[in-house]
Design a protein around this ligand. Structure first.
Ligand SMILES: *[C@@H]1O[C@H](CO)[C@@H](O)[C@H](O)[C@H]1NC(C)=O
Ligand SMILES: *[C@@H]1O[C@H](CO)[C@@H](O)[C@H](O)[C@H]1NC(C)=O
Ligand SMILES: *[C@@H]1O[C@H](CO)[C@@H](O)[C@H](O)[C@H]1NC(C)=O
Length: 369
């Protein structure tokens, strides 16, 4: 999910500190790039948008490759509108008509996707500077913890919210992402999602239509033409959304509408799947394999749904190392609550209330080659 050109003119200050990855107290609110490494497995993260900027590990021949889309400079992340690698919130995905009612009060969000709100609005969590709370670059469990205080009324959301995300290389070739959020004074919807674009053949190596995908999901939430769920929860059986058995990403892609751009239909997956099993248990969500490189990815998470997106809106984007990204140049597996849950009483609730437990979201990516 992408689009909505947005120009954020952020101060040169954040660009000046781009090169420095220091974790000294003074630097904690400046923008830097932080590397986590464990042997030949390494991940880079910036506190601009709590964004994953690279994930490197070998292919079956031992050649290292970076498997996530992104940019070479923070300035391009500031300007970009594809959410490459970002942590999106306060409410990921779409909120219909940028509006909801909670505890009898109407809230209006910033509409940045036609009349809907997308990924927390114009300046969601992917477009702010996070504070580096802890950074350990190597050793047994290299990790970084980032913190963001979202203020009352930010992008229209109720109440203040404290948000944490930890990226950790928890064992060889395993990346875990742990998120939590605490409502400080008012009830609020919360739905965080990690928006990395994966291309296991290497970023910029072409489309992912030949990758095989398996989604452990027997149902999905059908949407209208603006990608807002109808409220229905339907079986995938007998539809092109059925990816329960390993299937080439491209096998049925021209049978699924991925929304529309200026009136013409775009094909591709951009759909929330209902992950099988207990909706808050850590369980297997998806498996992806790229035959050519031999690389694989398995995703585990503890959320009700996963948005499967095939980069339908990528077009002529100049990314890392001179690579150009085109449609289907990567896929996203965004575990999360259901889209627009705040407007669908039948969907699992995403409301977090002060003093009544925090929002939590864990993801584990297991890579192989
Ligand atoms: C900003 O993004 C737009 C597309 O959204 C692109 O055309 C432009 O080149 C970008 N500018 C910079 C400085 O990256
Ligand atoms: C959220 O995560 C941070 C960083 O790991 C941790 O210190 C804090 O206790 C967590 N909060 C909750 C409510 O789990
Ligand atoms: C709409 O998008 C299509 C496909 O990208 C393009 O060919 C066409 O020129 C666009 N039409 C308008 C009116 O912008």
């Amino acid at each position: 999910m992408a689009r909505a050109p947005l120009l954020l003119l952020l101060a040169a200050a954040c660009l000046l500190s781009f090169a420095g990855a220091g974790a000294n107290a003074a630097g904690r609110k400046m923008v830097g790039v932080y590397e986590l490494s464990k042997g030949d497995f390494s991940v880079k993260v910036t506190n601009w948008g709590a964004t994953v900027t690279s994930v490197v590990f070998p292919d079956s021949k031992g050649n290292l490759g970076d498997v996530v889309l992104g940019y070479d400079t923070i300035a391009e992340y500031v300007n970009g509108s594809a959410y490459f690698g970002a942590l999106v919130g306060r409410v990921a995905n779409r909120v219909a008509n940028a509006r909801f009612v909670l505890d009898g009060k109407v809230y209006h969000l910033y509409a940045n996707d036609g009349k809907n709100a997308l990924h927390g609005g114009h300046r969601g969590f992917s477009k702010v500077i996070w504070t580096v709370k802890e950074y350990v670059s190597g050793g047994d469990t290299p990790h970084i913890t980032l913190y963001y205080h979202s203020f009352e009324g930010e992008q229209g959301f109720p109440g203040a919210l404290d948000v944490y995300v930890t990226y950790e290389l928890s064992s060889p070739y395993v990346l875990s992402v742990r998120m939590n959020a605490t409502a400080l004074d008012k009830a609020t919807p919360v739905n965080l999602a990690q928006h990395t674009y994966w291309n296991l053949g290497g970023q910029g190596s072409g489309d992912v239509l030949g990758n095989t995908i398996q989604l452990f999901a027997s149902r999905y939430t059908p949407v209208d033409s603006t990608l807002i769920p109808t409220g229905q929860v339907a079986p995938v059986a007998g539809t092109p959304y059925d990816l329960r058995a390993p299937t080439a990403v491209g096998a049925h892609i021209h049978q699924v509408s991925g929304g529309s751009s200026n009136g013409s239909t775009i094909y591709g997956y951009d759909m929330n799947y209902v992950v099988d099993g207990d909706e808050h248990a850590l369980r297997k969500v998806a498996a992806v394999r790229d035959g050519a490189s031999g690389r694989g990815l398995e995703l585990w998470a503890d959320q009700p749904g996963v948005q499967f997106y095939t980069g339908n809106f990528l077009k002529d984007i100049h990314g890392k190392g001179g690579k150009v990204y085109e449609e289907y140049g990567a896929l996203c597996l965004e575990t999360q609550g259901f889209p627009d849950a705040v407007n669908h009483p039948g969907f699992p609730s995403q409301i977090v209330r002060p003093g009544q437990g925090a929002y939590k979201h864990d993801m584990v990516f297991k890579f192989s080659f």
